[in-house]
Design a protein around this ligand. Structure first.
Ligand code: SF4
Length: 342
């Protein structure tokens, strides 16, 4: 996938606290020239073995920040805000997606190029400002699924992540669906979420699980927060305090999800459909006074019954024998000696 992708920019002004790209690459976007990008597409076409005409990604840290910048270079250099898009999109930010639309069109016109996909994540709060961009994207550049990262639905964790509210996701989805339908394409959004981020309560994860169920999502791969170097959320994790207090105005102390049980529980809420998680979720729902969500109806989060061979503790799984894999299937992934499972 990487061999056939082209990087169009460096940097990110999003400032998501769990990510350190802004610290590594800078808040001011470095955009490549259109001519340089088109030259690289031609080089991929001419020199990369196995290239079949599909550019797998035209992106970077954030696909739709190309050529976006503060309106004034002097203000930009003096500005010390960690994000140009949180808590709201700064009035000084130029959000014109016109040049990016033109770049996509020029890339499609390169001789020998059949498809240009956008696989990098995009900032949908910026994209909703340009319905023309979303139309161009869904009509020509989505390969059936588009990954986006709301990361959560609840205001508590979202404010600690410095991410927009879920209402913006809804606006993006309605435009995505509208333009996909107009293009005669069946396409889906794949939203990504993080569990156990600093500032996330058990109730927040429950509400997220209910949102996932209501919207028909059953996440397969999920991310559980881990503190990584240089990320602001890592400072929250280690100190239990929010270094952005002056920006978010929501108090200094941050609840931190620690310990295997609570981390497992938060992840289990994201994978509420996995029978392996049901015993843990049942116990948690009862403790939270939400036993009304256990049952076999549509309004329930998890069923009251447990399929045979699932939901066993690690000890129980050991006793059940080596052929019983998590999920109740007997399929085991073969592991060659010396090869690690990812
Ligand atoms: S003034 Fe606004 S747009 Fe300009 S750099 Fe600061 S936050 Fe970003």
């Amino acid at each position: 996938m990487i061999r056939f992708s082209v990087n169009i920019l460096r940097g990110c002004f999003g400032g998501c606290t769990f990510c350190s790209i802004t610290e590594h690459e800078g808040r001011i976007i470095q955009s490549r020239s259109q001519a340089s990008i088109l030259r690289e597409i031609e080089e991929v076409r001419d020199r990369t073995p196995g290239f079949t005409g599909t550019v797998s990604d035209l992106g970077g840290p954030t696909a739709n920040m190309w050529r976006l910048a503060c309106r004034d270079r002097a203000i930009e250099s003096a500005c010390r805000k960690p994000s140009c898009v949180y808590p709201t999109i700064c009035a000084n930010l130029n959000t014109d997606h016109g040049p990016l639309i033109e770049l996509y069109r020029a890339a499609r016109r390169v001789s020998g190029i059949k498809r240009v996909l956008i696989a990098s994540g995009l900032r949908y709060d910026l994209a909703v400002r340009s319905p023309d961009y979303i139309r161009e994207l869904v009509t020509h550049h989505v390969g059936g699924y588009l990954k986006i990262a709301p990361e959560h639905t609840e205001p508590g964790p979202l404010s600690k992540m410095m991410k927009p509210g879920i209402g913006t996701y809804d606006r993006f989805k309605s435009l995505f669906d509208k333009f996909s339908k107009a293009a005669g394409k069946e396409q889906y959004l794949i939203p990504y979420f993080i569990s156990a981020h600093p500032g996330t309560s058990d109730e927040d994860m429950l509400n997220l699980a209910l949102w996932l169920k209501k919207n028909g999502f059953r996440p397969d791969a999920v991310q559980a927060f881990l503190p990584t170097p240089m990320a602001i959320a890592s400072a929250m994790y280690h100190t239990g305090r929010n270094p952005l207090k002056r920006i978010t105005r929501d108090g200094e102390r941050v609840s931190v999800v620690r310990g295997q049980r609570q981390r497992r529980l938060h992840k289990a809420f994201l994978r509420y459909h996995d029978p392996e998680n049901w015993p843990l979720l049942r116990a948690a729902l009862k403790a939270m006074g939400r036993a009304d969500l256990i049952g076999n109806g549509k309004r329930h989060l998890i069923p009251a019954f447990q399929p045979a061979g699932t939901g066993l503790s690690p000890e129980g799984r050991r006793r059940a024998g080596p052929s019983m894999a998590p999920g109740g299937t007997t399929a085991m992934r073969p592991v060659r000696p010396g090869k690690r499972l990812r």
